[in-house]
Every structure is written in C-alpha cells, then in structure tokens.
Design a protein around this ligand. Structure first.
Ligand SMILES: Nc1nc2c(ncn2[C@@H]2O[C@H](COP(=O)(O)OP(=O)(O)OP(=O)(O)O)[C@@H](O)[C@H]2O)c(=O)[nH]1
Ligand SMILES: [Mg+2]
Length: 343
C-alpha cells in the first residue's frame, strides 16, 4: 500500500496517485467503529483522564473549495451535504470523532462571502465564529482559487494564535508536482506560519497525514461531548439537509438559494420513520417551478431524498413534501430565527 507523506518533507507520489494506488473515491477510509476498535486493541485499556485529549478543529474557507467533503472524510460519515454549487452549507455543523484517547470536534462552516442578504449575514457569522473558538484551524483552499481571494478573512486567519493548517484541496486536478510547488510557494508567503497539506478530499489522498497532524496537535482536555456523540445536530436537521441537497442538484439559478426546508413531523417507529417536511420559497413563481408539471419535479426530489434518508437512518422512510411561500424570508429576521439561523 502506498505510504502517504506530507509536504515539504517529501515530494508527493504523483505518479502513484494518478494511477489510483490508494483508497478508491467515494469510500470513507476510516469508520468510527474501526477507529475505536483499533485503539482499544492497541492500548488494551481506556486512557487515564489526565492524558485524554480533545479539541475543536474548525474548517473554514471560501465557498466550494471542499470543506464539507473534507469533514465527511475526516469523520467517516456523510454529515454535511455536498454539491458543485457554491453556498451549499448554511450552518455550522459539528462532526465528532471519538477514540478512547481523544475526541476531535470538527466544525464544517459555510463558505465565506460578502453578504447580500440577511441569511448570508447569518452564514458569515457561523464562519467568523469558527475563528474565535478553534483549537486548530483548518483553512481550506483549492487548486483553482487564488491566494488573494477574500483577503480580509485571510488576514484574520494569519493572525490566529492557534495552529493553522492550510489545506490545499483538489490536487487531483493538477498536472504535476511543479504546478503544486509554485502554488505552495505562493501560499507560504500569504500564510507563513501555517503548516501546508496538499490533499484531495474527494480521492482521500493525503488525508490520513492531515488527520495524524491534527491528533498530534490536540490539547490535553476532557471530552466536550459524550464519547458516543457523532454531531451536535438533531436527526431532523439531517433530513432537512438531505432534501436541500436534492433541491440544489435539481434546480437552477435562484431556486435552491431561495428554498428552506423545515421538518414538521418526524415520527420514528422501530422499523420506519414518517416524515412531513415543508419547502419554503420566496415567491409564487418559484413554487410553480419547484413543483413542476403535474408535480413531476417535486416527486423526483422526494424520491431521491427518501432514498438517502433511508440510508442515513437505516430505516424505511415515508416522506411527504409540501411547498409553501414565505415572502422574502431570506431578509426577514423573524423568519431567520424561526429557521434556526439566528438566536
Ligand atoms: N476534483 C475535486 N473535487 C472536489 C474535491 N473535494 C471536493 N470537490 C468537489 O467540490 C465541490 C464542492 O465541494 P463541497 O465539499 O460542497 O465544498 P464546500 O467548501 O463545503 O462548499 P460550500 O458549502 O458551498 O462552502 C463538489 O462538487 C465536490 O465534489 C477534490 O479533492 N477534488
Ligand atoms: Mg459545504
């Protein structure tokens, strides 16, 4: 098996990488249970309280660079939704990794952008909040964006007191090492104190190395959550996110950005879950587009969402979807509060 090593100590094994001599795309290499089992096997017993380590590892960066893809890979579960559209993530979502020795609380955050409406103000607040309470900060960029994008936010990252790991994602899109090296040189100037990790989150390349560095940098601390916790969000949240993902995938332009999903009923039985959800849009015209001719579009969204929700919960799911109009909700504070974006 190919050994993964970090820049700058070694050159990246690009040839092997290109030949896919590593874990295949789409597979999360480490499942939580495996991690647990491995650690118990290695240590035999649980660690003592004064050597337990725990910390918040906050993942920030511009839209669409792969923050959610990376968090899912690090956690080993599909907690955050991922699409090719910018501004997919709207909340701060925690993904927790537990072993007997440590607890890592990852936070995925919305991509940083200049707010044009109140919803985006709230999204930016989630990202900025993640700068204030990190034990380790992962600033994610990709091989497409330039180092001067969003420089105000980057200045704040550069001024961080905690360790900053600069993650250059999507290196699978690069031609060769020379291209990568010049990119790294540029970033070294921009964030001189940061450790640099070129990775491909999608192809799970060099992610283990990043994980190891995170574990090494964790402070000694008792756990922040129960040792069986996976996330800070309730089950309903993941239902709304999965439906929103299907909307992002199915519709063009403003529709996905004008849509919010609220779960009104979540009735869980031993072997099935009955869910009723409402999709809110901002205008009547959007409602028509969302539903589609004879309800064809919404049916497609419902089926795709149901299949994923069944996978997520491991149970049969009955999903009812309704579409309602909530005029201009993205700019109304009371609606943003009701939808969980503001306190
Ligand atoms: N080629 C390539 N694409 C990737 C990689 N990681 C993520 N992507 C793709 O980049 C797109 C955005 O990924 P996300 O994980 O949703 O990005 P994000 O930073 O969370 O985006 P926002 O939530 O909108 O801020 C998706 O189409 C991913 O499949 C990678 O390593 N290589
Ligand atoms: Mg995201």
């Amino acid at each position: 098996m190919l050994s993964l090593f970090s820049y700058p100590e070694n050159k990246l094994p690009f040839e092997a990488f290109k030949q896919k001599a590593f874990i295949p795309p789409g597979m999360y290499a480490v499942k939580q249970e495996t991690l647990m089992e491995e650690n118990i096997r290695k240590t035999g017993t649980a660690p003592s309280a004064d050597s337990h380590r725990a910390g918040f590892v906050n993942i920030v960066g511009n839209p669409n660079v792969g923050k959610s893809t990376l968090m899912n890979d690090l956690v080993g579960e599909r907690l955050s939704i991922i699409t090719s559209k910018a501004q997919t993530t709207r909340h701060r979502i925690m993904g927790i990794v537990n072993t007997p020795e440590y607890q890592i609380v990852y936070s995925d955050t919305p991509g940083v952008l200049k707010p044009r409406y109140k919803l985006q103000d709230a999204m930016l607040e989630f990202s900025e909040g993640a700068l204030t309470d990190a034990d380790i900060l992962l600033y994610v960029t990709d091989t497409v964006e330039k180092a001067d994008k969003n420089s105000e936010f980057l200045d704040r990252v550069a001024a961080e007191k905690v360790p900053v790991f600069l993650v250059i994602n999507k290196i699978d899109l690069l031609k060769d090492n020379a291209e990568l090296e010049s990119m790294i040189d540029g970033w070294k100037k921009r964030l001189p104190k940061a450790r640099i990790f070129p990775i491909s989150a999608l192809e799970h390349f060099n992610v283990e190395n990043l994980r190891g560095a995170i574990v090494d940098a964790l402070p000694v601390s008792p756990p922040f959550f129960g040792k069986d916790a996976l996330t800070d969000k309730p089950a309903r949240f993941f239902v709304t996110e999965i439906i929103r993902e299907k909307i992002l995938l199915e519709y063009l332009k403003e529709i996905p950005y004008s849509a919010e999903v609220i779960v009104e009923k979540f009735d869980e039985k031993e072997s099935s879950i009955h869910i009723m959800a409402v999709i809110y849009v901002e205008r009547d015209s959007q409602k028509g587009i969302l539903i589609g001719k004879g309800g064809a579009k919404i049916k497609k969204v419902g089926t795709a969402a149901r299949l994923d929700i069944e996978k997520f919960f491991g149970k049969k799911v009955f999903l009812e979807l309704f579409v309602k109009v909530e005029k201009d909700w993205r700019n109304r504070e009371n609606k943003l509060k009701a939808f969980g974006y503001m306190e």
